[in-house]
Each structure stands twice: as C-alpha cells, then as structure tokens.
Design a protein. Structure first.
Length: 331
C-alpha cells in the first residue's frame, strides 16, 4: 500500500509555482496540493481550479488548517523569512523559494526554530537535487580533480521588462538576491561553508533602486577561491567550472536545467578531455521528492538536511558580507 501523500498548502501564487512547481507536484505521488492562498482571492481560486486544492481566504487561514501538514512559500523575497517563521510556529514543514532569508541572523533564527520543533525547513534550490550534482559530487569525492583550487560560476539573464518584480526594492528585487544566490550556493557546495568575502561589486540603478548586476570574490580557509558573476542585464548564462590540481570540469545550463535537457559534464584530467552525459530529469520533481522524503524521515536520519541547513545559513551571512564589501557603481 502506498503511503498517504503529504498534504501541501501553497502560500502565494507566484509565476514559478504556476509554470514549474505545481505541474511537477501533480507528477509527484508523495505530495498532494490541499489548499491555496493568495492576497487576491480570485487568483487563489484560479490556481485551485487549475492545479487542485481548496482556495482559502488568507495565508493565516491556510496555516490554521489541520489538514495541511506542510507549505510551499512562493512569495516575494522580502516576505520569505516572515512567513516561513509563521508557518513553522503553526507547526508546518516549509519548502520556501530562494532565498529563505536576506540576512544571516534571520536564517540562523529560522533554522533554530525548525530544529526546536522537529520540522523540515528547505530552501528551494532545485539544481542541488538534479542528477548533475550527483555526478559532479561523485567525481569530487573520488579525487578526480585533485585538490580543489577554484570555482567560477555565473548566472545572468536578459533585461527584464518595466514593472517586473525584480525591479522592486520593496519586494526584495535586485540581481544579488534573484540570480546571485545560485552561483553563491554552488561555491558553498564545492568549497564548503568556511568561505568569506574578499571583494565585491554591485551595479546599482538609482531610478529602479536595485542592483542590476554584480560580481564577488570569495576565499576559503585554505586559499581556494570562488569568482561569481550575476545579473539581469546580460546575455543568458547558467554555468559553473571547478578547477583542481589535477583536472577541471564545467557544466552549462546548470542552474535552470530544462526537464528534457541532457546535461554534459565536460571533464579534463591532465590533457585528456571527456564528456559525461547525465540523464534528463525534472529537478522540480526531484526537490519535491526530497522534501516529502525529508518530512517522512524527520527524527531519524534527516537525510542530507544538515548540509543543506548549514549552506543556507552561511549563504545568508555571505549576502550580508557581499553587500558590506561591495563597491557600488551607480547608474
């Protein structure tokens, strides 16, 4: 007999939920959409009619429902931490769109709250759950590249139209919080949570009130470095490269891998190049399966959550550091 699906409530009817997360949820037997809440009741009703679940009048009403075990937060960035805390205090497990928090102290407080209540709190970085990461991790753990010396990563997207929420500082807009967290998270995964900020640049648009692009240089305790680029005024790039003492590897389209895309890990050891093809996979389905399994497993092994928790907390602290270290170029 199949286990009873985890009953999920949706807080916020964002675009990513409609385009990718909820269609993936419908293909994930371990989860079912139980309820939908939005600031606009008509939008909640439209989402419920399309994806299932019951529309409810408010976020508060959804969190009070005893038939909702977990919530998926798809709200503007500046609301993530506050509503994640409310959901945890209501006894719900939480899957939250990135970034969970824009400041280190907030992330530490939220993870402490989740631990104190034996609840799962997961920041929704889908790329970490794709088979590409398992392939790359296996190569690193086998010592294929030798001692790691540097990570380079970039996530850039073309200019956004007028009125895009990424241009609204009140909603947590800006390139650092929207696209910069992806290469930052990759650096933490490969070089560890001991990274510190050695320097940064943010290009700030005074009319919009947000940063449109930037770069950061991070350093690990052993001297390894991470060079990160991000922005929303560029040609599209979604890529990382890892260099070691014996070899290097790189992957394109790594942060926003389409479900049908077959990623290629380009590996060079010494002077011998190889291409490792990774099976196509919907990483939205992968993270939903991981979340459901983590909830079912809580109180026992907790799976890979300790690493993810530590990375999320350090990521938020490094956002503080990047903002503090940045030379701000104004336009």
């Amino acid at each position: 007999m199949s286990p009873t699906p985890l009953r999920l409530g949706l807080l916020g009817c964002g675009d990513i939920a409609a385009r990718r997360t909820l269609p993936a949820l419908a293909r994930t037997p371990a989860l079912t959409l139980a309820a939908v809440a939005a600031r606009d009741p008509d939008r909640a009703a439209a989402f419920a009619a399309r994806f299932g679940g019951e529309p409810v009048a408010s976020y508060e009403e959804l969190l009070a429902r005893p038939d909702v075990t977990a919530v998926y937060l798809c709200l503007p960035t500046m609301l993530h931490a506050a509503w994640a805390e409310r959901a945890l205090r209501a006894g719900k497990h939480v899957l939250v769109e990135k970034p969970l928090a824009t400041r280190g102290a907030d992330a530490e407080r939220l993870y402490a709250l989740a631990r104190s209540r034996s609840l799962v709190l997961l920041e929704n970085f889908m790329f970490l759950h794709h088979g590409t990461q398992r392939t790359v991790t296996a190569l690193l753990e086998a010592g294929t590249l030798g001692t790691l010396r540097s990570v380079s990563a970039a996530f850039t997207i073309p200019p956004r139209p007028e009125g895009d929420t990424r241009h609204d500082p009140a909603l947590g807009g800006g390139a650092l919080l929207d696209s910069g967290v992806y290469p930052l998270r990759a650096a933490l995964r490969f070089l560890g949570t001991g990274l510190s900020v050695a320097g940064a640049v943010l290009r700030h648009d005074d009319r919009l009130g947000v940063d449109l692009s930037g770069a950061a240089l991070l350093a690990a305790p052993d001297g390894a470095t991470a060079q990160l680029r991000f922005g929303m005024e560029h040609h599209y790039r979604s890529w990382y490269e890892i260099q070691g003492s014996e070899g290097s590897l790189s992957v394109e389209h790594v942060f926003t891998t389409a479900p049908a895309h077959v990623p290629v890990v380009r590996l060079v050891v010494g002077t011998r190049p190889r291409e490792l093809r990774v099976p196509a996979e919907d990483h939205f389905e992968a993270v939903l399966r991981f979340f459901a399994a983590a909830v079912a497993d809580r109180g026992r092994t907790r799976g890979g959550l300790p690493l993810l928790d530590a990375e999320s907390m350090r990521q938020a602290a490094l956002l503080d550091g990047i903002r503090g270290a940045a030379s701000r170029v104004r336009t």
